[in-house]
Design a binder for this molecule. Sequence first.
Ligand SMILES: NC(=O)c1ccc[n+]([C@@H]2O[C@H](COP(=O)([O-])OP(=O)(O)OC[C@H]3O[C@@H](n4cnc5c(N)ncnc54)[C@H](OP(=O)(O)O)[C@@H]3O)[C@@H](O)[C@H]2O)c1
Length: 240
Amino acid sequence: MKRPHVICHMMTSLDGKIIGDYMDTEEAKSLFLKYVEIQESYNPKAWMCGRVTMEESFAFGEKLEFNEGITLSVPRTDFIADAHAKRYVIAVDPKGKLRWTQSTVPTSFQLKVESHIVVVLTEVVPDDYLIYLQELGISYFFGGKEQLDLHEVLRKINTLLGAEEMMLDGGAYLNGTFLNEGLVDELSLVITPAADGDTSTPALFAKPDSLVKQPAARFVLREVQKLESNGIYLNYTINR
Ligand SMILES: NC(=O)c1ccc[n+]([C@@H]2O[C@H](COP(=O)([O-])OP(=O)(O)OC[C@H]3O[C@@H](n4cnc5c(N)ncnc54)[C@H](OP(=O)(O)O)[C@@H]3O)[C@@H](O)[C@H]2O)c1
């Protein structure tokens, strides 16, 4: 199957956490800029985040309720509103929970190229949600009937969006499901020299209990870089 090369690019604490109090340290603030710079150096055609990350950082639309109806009037066919975008941001939102305001994530200090929004759905989302996305000019495609098939999702990212490479930008659940399916090809990590020992925050990968546990993924070290603010950059490729 032709699919994009998947680079999981994340920032962690020394204890492998992806969120927590350590993010408020001077070191984390400075290293976040490095994290953005490294992401941009890949110049990715596509970057992907899970529903929770999107809700927290990019999907700030009004909390609308949708009629739950599913009829044949809105076919479950993929809808690509912009087939020529320079960059795509892919939101994994199987149940259609995210509420948007526009069809792109604009440039900012953490994003150098405007990204057209593409939502990965399952076929059980209400018709009205599909109409809502179409009216906003947001693209969507189906990654499974009731459950997502990540192999199919990647195949479509390649065929529908033309992406040969994709940054997998968290959170833990999304990363964990990709890792469990053997779909993380490269790991790109900015490590902050801080730890907070909080046991309630997620680490880099969190496999959902519903998935059958696979043997631990092993990686081969490709690059180590000492960064400013006592940070480290690590780059690994998967050892298949
Ligand atoms: N340090 C960093 O570099 C970094 C980077 C990104 C994010 N983060 C942090 O990570 C936190 C969020 O992480 P998280 O693990 O709670 O959430 P997440 O991975 O962002 O989103 C999880 C949700 O996405 C959907 N989803 C993702 N993968 C799926 C799959 N394979 N199949 C079905 N559904 C899938 C599900 O949505 P439903 O629940 O709707 O089914 C799932 O609950 C945020 O606080 C964010 O700030 C940190």
